[in-house]
Ligand binder design. Structure first.
Ligand code: OAK
Length: 820
């Protein structure tokens, strides 16, 4: 779209906004006020195309995908919108002329962090790709008042602070009260027989309800005039009802409704790959699912008359099991509001709902206690009972007398509602997020389902958007790529990156590539100095692990290896050692004690090592506070080594791995998730692979684990590091601070298996891979070649490729074309 108006007009808009909104001239405004003034001017330009897109949708009437997700980890909007409008440079210049620095203005925007990690960020990348590719799509979610907490590190410990991201309002959002929907909870179901129609009616009584009010956010497609919508729901008390209640003197009820509205969207649960089973969470799920479905059905019925064909125009992609209640809610709408017969409603539902699985971690499986579920959602529960009853009959028909099959596949079992089973039974598609992950689902986790309904299963390897993670995050490399391959078309066709392959042996190109990396390392070093007070040398190897803190992701392996290296350097100061900066960034769920211990350990190790002058700065350890989308962009751009070291089989895909690759950082990793496919694209000689295979891990697990003492007893270096957890080296003499971590590795008597995540088992292999990294880095040309090849081979990992696959193979969408 580029700047639709002249620079002069844009500048005037910005200045006018400042006057109107804040009664100030631009140079008197606070940085936040400047940000708002600029953003409103940008939004004005977006709105034109937003309206045009809506008109096009009405005209073409294409099938729409509703991407239903509890999380959208969007990151800042201003810079990204300008990039996609291809107006970034123009706006930068215009603001320069006003004496304002665009980067500074961008920095004033709070990071919208309505997500935890991988799953939420994937949803954001998908929205970007859907709009950029010309597909009609809505993101459906919750407008949490407080997003992912802000992380402070105090005395080495993580402290969570509320993320009041809406404090100053959000210039890009649009409140749409005209589309508000009522959402009902609890009460009882009265069954009525309608003499006239002969139908049985189900009436919910004595319920509590809230009003779901949508807020729309523009999702700007790249250079194509299209603007899609992320619709997230806020909760408000139902005012009429409240007055009613006051009239009746039912003050208590009115207050209750007020409270329900306030609490329901209050905060995002900060759990990644973990199910906590909280009632409020189920309320959140039903709240946004019911509102989104009601809105989608209303929209469809505005210009169609046969609800039985809803699936021709709408498809609902369920981002993990969190929105799976959609299946039963859609059935409820079709049965109770539209009076369809069961079979008709089932036909629509099973052609409209699809499910993506994002983890095989057992602790992430959503299983709601039936008493809670049926109390909160009585009618939805009745419907699930009927779905389960009919499904069990099918299982019996296919596997007569086989109780095991019913036990594994039943939806209602052991007093629980098993959400994944509901999603699979009702969904027309079940997909994993990387090839290995999908194979594990088919062969193990969901084996019985796969055998019964193989046609539903498919793989969609994840991807990431190059617009945010290269164009915006790494402008130097972005321009260089454009110059080298002679086109900017990689912005929407990442396979063109392969055009860089011809430069991998070109010394000049190598030098340019490494110079850009160096500049990005300087930028990050400055950030680290400002935020951590730690000086790091951009000439050292930047070895980076940034992702949520989870035992399976094995930050503990990384930091224990740092302890091992430190021991080695202290013992043999004469040995050559290439300087390294180990960079960590990770949030731990507030209640995940062991994860928090690991954060403290990383910071303690950092303290000891960074302050030991005797090692001449050979190792530095940095824990970047409050890792989030905005600083992630800089971190990926500056990384030399991408740490992807999960226990094989545990990381469904990973997407950080792809962002590092795009920015030219080779992978140091296990054969897990999408690492497998990264290695396939770039060649195993251009990655550092180590550790057990997923099959080995799963075999050990089947046989009850392994005995870590064999390693502890036989490997003195490892023993020393493990012992240092409890000899006070990193705890000011306190031998108990890291006792739990020590126990988790060795103590077969504790509730878990000892060393559940095979840290000691993989340690040697990891240390050897790290030696290969060092040797490879010392060879400057060799390293440049390898780094460049990673960027050149990343084409497959664009979320554009992923979305094309979803669109063709699952959703069956057609593109629209929005005229300027
Ligand atoms: C979060 C909550 C519950 C279940 C899964 C998640 C989650 O974030 N999973 C992650 O999804 C990413 C996107 O598919 C994957 O790349 C990660 O491997 C996976 O852990």
């Amino acid at each position: 779209m580029s700047l639709k108006i002249s620079k002069t007009e844009f500048k005037k808009d910005v200045m006018d906004n400042c006057r109107r909104l804040f009664r100030k001239e631009l140079d008197e405004a606070t940085p936040q006020e400047q940000y708002q003034s600029v953003s409103y001017a940008v939004k004005d330009m977006i709105v034109e195309n937003w309206i045009a897109t809506q008109k096009q949708l009405t005209k073409d009437d294409p099938k729409i995908v509703y991407y239903m997700s509890m999380e959208f980890l969007m990151g800042r909007a201003l810079g990204n919108n300008l990039i996609n409008m291809t107006a970034y440079e123009d706006v930068k210049e215009a603001l320069d002329e006003l004496g304002i620095d665009l980067n500074f203005v961008e920095d004033q925007e709070p990071d919208p962090a309505l997500g935890n990690g991988g799953l939420g960020r994937l949803a954001a990348c998908f929205l970007d790709s859907l709009a950029s590719l010309g597909y009609a799509a809505y993101g459906c979610g919750i407008r949490y008042r407080y997003g992912m907490f802000k992380q402070k590190i105090e005395n080495g410990y993580q402290v969570e602070k509320p993320d009041n991201w809406l404090k100053y309002g959000n210039p890009f959002e649009l409140r749409r009260p005209e589309y508000a929907k009522e959402i009902r909870f609890g009460g009882n179901i009265r069954v009525e027989y309608d003499d006239e129609t002969g139908k049985t009616l189900f009436k919910q009584e004595n319920y509590e309800s809230v009003l779901a009010v949508p807020y729309d956010y523009p999702i700007v497609g790249y250079d194509n005039n299209q603007v899609n919508t992320l619709r997230i729901w806020d909760a408000e008390p139902i005012v009429d009802f409240q007055l009613d209640s006051f009239d009746k003197g039912d003050y208590h009820k009115a207050v209750e409704q007020q409270n329900l509205a306030k609490t329901i969207v209050e905060v995002l649960y900060p759990n990644d790959n973990h199910y906590a089973g909280k009632e409020l969470r189920l309320k959140q799920q039903y709240f946004f699912v019911s509102a989104s479905l009601q809105a989608a059905v209303d929209k469809y019925m505005r210009n169609h008359d046969d609800i039985r064909k809803l699936y021709e125009k709408a498809t609902f992609q369920m981002n993990d099991t969190h929105p799976t209640v959609a299946v039963a809610e859609l059935m409820r709408i079709l049965l109770d509001d539209y009076q369809l017969e069961w079979q008709e409603a089932w036909d629509v539902t099973t052609k409209a709902c699809a499910y993506t699985n994002h983890t095989i971690m057992a602790e992430a499986l959503e299983k709601w206690p039936i008493d809670l579920f049926s109390r909160l959602l009585p009618r939805v529960y009745q419907i699930i009972q009927e779905i389960d009853r009919r499904f069990i009959i099918q299982v019996e028909e296919m596997y007569p007398g086989n109780e095991d099959k019913k036990r594994t596949m039943g939806i209602l079992r052991d007093g629980q509602v098993r959400m994944a089973n509901l999603a699979i039974v009702a969904g027309y598609s079940v997909n994993g997020v990387a090839r290995l992950h999908t194979e594990i689902l088919k062969k193990r986790e969901l084996k019985d389902f796969y055998e019964m309904m193989p046609e539903k299963f498919n793989n969609k390897t994840n991807g990431i958007t190059q617009r945010r993670f290269l164009m915006h995050g790494n402008p130097l490399l972005a321009s260089w790529v454009t110059e080298k391959i002679g086109t900017k078309a990689w912005a929407t066709d990442l396979s063109l990156m392969s055009g860089l392959k011809k430069y991998v042996d070109d010394p000049k190109a190598q030098q340019e590539f490494m110079d850009i990396k160096y500049k990005n390392k300087e930028r990050l070093a400055k950030y680290i100095l400002e935020h951590n007070g730690i000086e790091v040398d951009p000439r050292s190897i930047f070895d980076v692990q940034v992702k949520r803190l989870h035992e399976y992701k094995r930050q503990l392996l990384n930091i224990m290896h740092v302890m091992y290296l430190y021991n080695k350097i202290k013992e043999h100061p004469e040995l050559s050692f290439y300087p390294r900066t180990f960079i960590f960034g990770a949030k731990a769920s507030a209640g995940y004690i062991r994860a928090k211990e690991i954060i403290k350990l990383i910071n303690s190790v950092a303290d000891v090592i960074n302050n030991d002058r005797s090692i001449n700065g050979k190792i530095k350890v940095v824990f970047i506070e409050d890792y989030r989308v905005s600083n992630a962009e800089w971190i990926f751009a500056a990384a030399d080594v991408s740490e992807q070291i999960s226990t094989a089989s545990k990381e469904a895909s990973g997407t950080g791995n792809m962002k590092f690759m795009l920015n030219g950082a080779p992978t140091l990793g296990t054969m897990d998730g999408a690492n497998v496919e990264i290695v396939e694209e770039v060649g195993s000689e251009n990655a550092f692979i180590f550790g057990m295979s997923s099959d080995e891990v799963m075999n050990y697990e089947k046989n009850g684990g392994y005995n870590p003492y064999e390693i502890y007893n036989n490997d003195a270096d490892i023993r020393r590091v493990v012992d240092q957890l409890v000899d006070g080296t990193y705890a000011d003499g306190d031998t108990e601070r890291y006792r739990d971590l020590y126990n988790s590795l060795l103590n077969t008597n504790c509730s878990d298996r000892a060393d559940m995540y095979f840290i000691l088992k993989d340690f040697r292999s990891y240390a050897e891979a790290q030696e290969r990294v060092e040797a490879a880095y010392k060879d400057r040309e060799g390293w440049a070649r390898m780094a460049l090849l990673n960027t050149a081979c990343c084409g497959k990992f664009s979320s554009d490729r992923t979305i094309e696959e979803y669109a063709k193979e699952i959703w069956h969408l057609h593109k629209i074309k929005v005229e300027a």
